[in-house]
Design a binder for this molecule. Structure first.
Ligand code: 5RP
Length: 222
């Protein structure tokens, strides 16, 4: 199977996992990216099994709406049983790097609210130690230089994501060469830098379930 087929397979596995738990009042948290898009396209097939969705980005909201799926503001949605999203990297503890698509802040918020975070990813995303994928951080524009200097003090090499503005009107710095052998500690260090809105480490709130697409089928980790 190629990577696209693996993404579709994990999206289908996520749908099969949540479907028995849905009812007419269910609102589902939906992530951003090509794997999440596969999931959104499948959700359209079970449109009448649930109420609607909360989106982690404007792009996801548009895709959901294009399928006729109502999109709710998180503040007006009730409890979210599930959040389904992809990742750029995952380790065996289901700690993640996210934000390759720049949607990390809203992704982290929706993941924080949901009872169960299901991460869907093709096998290439599983790593022993996080950090080969540059870690995205969302930064308030006026703090860019300050945040860059603080990241260098932590041993990372921040790279400005040219021509990109987040849905929240901020910029992204992608941190290369950062030692993330202790993800929780790094997440908290970055949280303490004034000017960073969100960092893409999901260690304080890792996934609850990882559905990983491999040549031997979809494997579950929890
Ligand atoms: C977007 C994300 C995505 O989940 C991550 O980039 C994975 O994307 P894809 O499914 O396209 O590989 O965090 O901000």
């Amino acid at each position: 199977m190629n990577q696209d087929e693996l993404k579709k397979a994990v999206a289908k596995a996520a749908l099969d996992h949540i479907r028995p738990h849905l009812d007419q009042e269910s609102v589902i948290g939906v992530g951003t990216g090509s794997t999440a898009n596969c999931f959104i396209d499948l959700l359209a097939d079970i449109r009448t099994d649930f109420d609607g969705a909360v989106a982690s980005s404007d792009a996801t909201a548009e895709r959901l709406k294009s399928h006729g799926i109502p999109v709710y503001d998180l503040n007006s949605a009730g409890p979210l049983e599930f959040y389904i999203d992809g990742a750029d990297e995952t380790n065996e503890r289901l700690e993640l790097i996210k934000g390759g698509g720049g949607a990390l802040t809203r992704e982290k918020i929706v993941a924080a609210v949901a009872k169960t975070f299901i991460c869907i990813a093709d096998g290439s995303k599983k790593v022993d130690i996080l950090g080969a994928f540059p870690l995205p951080v969302e930064v308030v524009p006026m703090a860019r230089s300050h945040v860059g200097r603080e990241i260098v003090k932590l041993g990372g090499d921040p790279v400005y994501r040219e021509g990109f503005t987040t849905d929240n009107g901020n910029i992204i710095l992608d941190i290369h060469n950062l030692d993330i052998s202790r993800p929780l500690q790094v997440e908290e260090q970055l949280n303490n830098i004034v000017g960073i809105v969100t960092n893409g480490l999901f260690a304080r709130r890792p996934a609850d379930l990882l559905l990983l697409g491999t040549e031997d089928g979809v494997k579950s980790f929890s």
